[in-house]
Design a protein around this ligand. Structure first.
Ligand SMILES: [Ca+2]
Ligand SMILES: [Ca+2]
Ligand SMILES: [Ca+2]
Length: 255
């Protein structure tokens, strides 16, 4: 009887080992498969032995589930990272396009400045030998002869300049020194419309330094402005006949 009992116990152990192997194989193929003992015909004691002798405990099942969750989390994180990279690439590409556009505009501006500088240098070269005065970013030329207002202006324009436009008290003081107590034409006229004084760049007169009583359009024939009508007076402009002959002052803006 004892031998028979031992044999049965050995049989039981062999069955346990077989079941253990089967469970391992099935779980290795599919982690979601229910425990094998559920489909076996073994007794509860055998099932307990199966669990007791196999390394796949419920804790191991939780570990497998946790690993699956980690993989899914990693996949989600990788997807988010891809989206972030794509967004960053798009934003950087857009900014690169803007920078490229700004650089092209800067290059065009630089080319314009260089062209203007070369033009000014050419103008200065053409004026070499003549007496050139500078003030506040402009070059000035005071004539050594006299002429009518229109011919004086033509002289300036033929040299890339124009009759002087006086924009400030400081520039008026500078012109006063330049003309050295002589009268000189300035770039101000009301030939286009009587009483409407405009500078030669077609801008309106805002601040004038007229001598008292001027402009008076004497004999209805005074449409050109002269500086130095009355010396020793800070306000010394007057209108005069454009056909009178006087010195003139050209201004060439550098900026
Ligand atoms: Ca000026
Ligand atoms: Ca007039
Ligand atoms: Ca007058």
């Amino acid at each position: 009887m004892i031998r028979s009992a031992n044999l049965k116990k050995e049989d039981q152990m062999e069955m346990v080992v077989e079941i253990y192997d089967s469970v391992d194989n099935i779980r290795s193929q599919d982690h979601n498969t229910e425990p094998v003992y559920a489909n076996t015909k073994k007794t509860p004691q055998t099932q307990q032995l199966v669990y007791a002798n196999t390394k796949k405990t419920p804790q191991t099942q939780h570990t497998v589930g946790a690993r699956t969750g980690c993989r899914r989390l990693a996949a989600v994180c990788l997807g988010l990272l891809c989206v972030l990279l794509l967004t960053a690439t798009t934003v950087l590409s857009f900014k690169f396009c803007l920078l490229t556009t700004d650089r092209a505009q800067l290059e065009r501006s630089y080319e314009n400045v260089v062209a203007e500088r070369e033009q000014n240098i050419k103008w200065l070269s053409e004026q070499a030998g003549q007496f050139i005065w500078t003030y506040n970013g402009s070059f000035y030329y005071i004539s050594k002869e006299i002429n009518t207002w229109n011919k004086s202006r033509s002289y300036c324009r033929e040299r890339g300049a124009d009759l002087v436009i006086i924009n400030s008290r400081g520039e008026q003081d500078f012109v006063d020194k330049l003309r050295n107590k002589n009268q000189a034409w300035i770039g101000l006229t009301d030939q286009a419309s009587e009483g409407v004084w405009k500078w030669v760049d077609d801008s309106a007169l805002t601040t004038g330094y007229w001598f008292r009583g001027e402009p008076n359009d004497s004999n209805r024939n005074e449409d050109c402005a002269v500086s130095g009508y009355k010396e020793d007076n800070a306000s010394n402009w007057a209108d005069s006949s454009c056909e009178n002959k006087k010195l003139w002052i050209c201004e060439k803006k550098m900026f």
